[in-house]
Write a protein of this length. Structure first.
Length: 215
């Protein structure tokens, strides 16, 4: 006679995750989020830096081009134009600022490329702060109101002039008085501390003279 033994049931594991597994999963997730966040921050900073460098490059180009266009035409009277410069008016004038201050550049020339009929222009460049205490390169035409041309320019200095013989002289040298020049060496300083020097050859090298140089 056989006796039926009771069956032993295996204990089944409850469905779901254990506390240890949840902790491990959360730890891994946190590490992944941390790494991903750092990558995003690095990418954002790199993008901001690239944008800032691009903006600075653009400001440098615009500022130098604006000054170069008008200054190089100092004394230009066109080809066969009946317009003449008024007697006694300098075609190129540089007024030196005090130590640490910016210079002022004034040029006179005939604009016959973009104006019809041609017209004599008097352009003055200077640097000053605006109402928001931000430095600007200003451009004034004639006796009109000065207009901001490029923001972020904190200094404008004529660091040298070139004579027809090729000599580079300081604008304050007495030997330069009443001598003709062929080019200006101009330095622009920007609000982020960078200084850029560039040479501006004059369209009419025999006409312009440095007429107003004050210490």
């Amino acid at each position: 006679m056989s006796v039926a033994l009771p069956r032993r049931h295996r204990s089944r594991r409850p469905a779901g995750f254990t506390l240890l597994e949840l902790l491990l999963a959360l730890t891994l997730l946190g590490m992944l989020l941390l790494v991903f966040g750092r990558v995003l921050i690095s990418s954002y900073r790199a993008s901001q830096l690239g944008s800032e460098l691009f903006e600075r490059d653009l400001l440098r180009k615009v500022a130098t081009d604006v000054v170069r266009y008008d200054v190089r035409l100092a004394g230009y009277l066109g080809s066969g134009s009946p317009v003449t410069m008024a007697a006694g008016l300098p075609t190129l004038a540089v007024e030196r600022g005090r130590v640490g201050d910016s210079d002022e550049i004034q040029v006179r020339y005939l604009e016959d490329r973009y104006l019809e009929p041609p017209r004599l222009r008097e352009i003055t460049f200077s640097v000053a702060k605006d109402s928001r205490n931000v430095y600007n390169l200003y451009r004034r035409e004639g006796s009109g109101r000065r207009q901001p041309a490029v923001a972020g320019v904190s200094g404008l200095t004529v660091v040298g002039v070139l004579t027809p013989s090729g000599a580079v002289l300081d604008p304050l040298e007495e030997s330069l008085l009443h001598r003709r020049v062929t080019a200006l060496v101009i330095e622009l300083t920007f609000s982020w501390g960078e200084a850029v020097s560039f040479v501006v050859p004059l369209e009419m090298p025999q006409v312009p003279v440095i007429s107003r140089v004050t210490p």
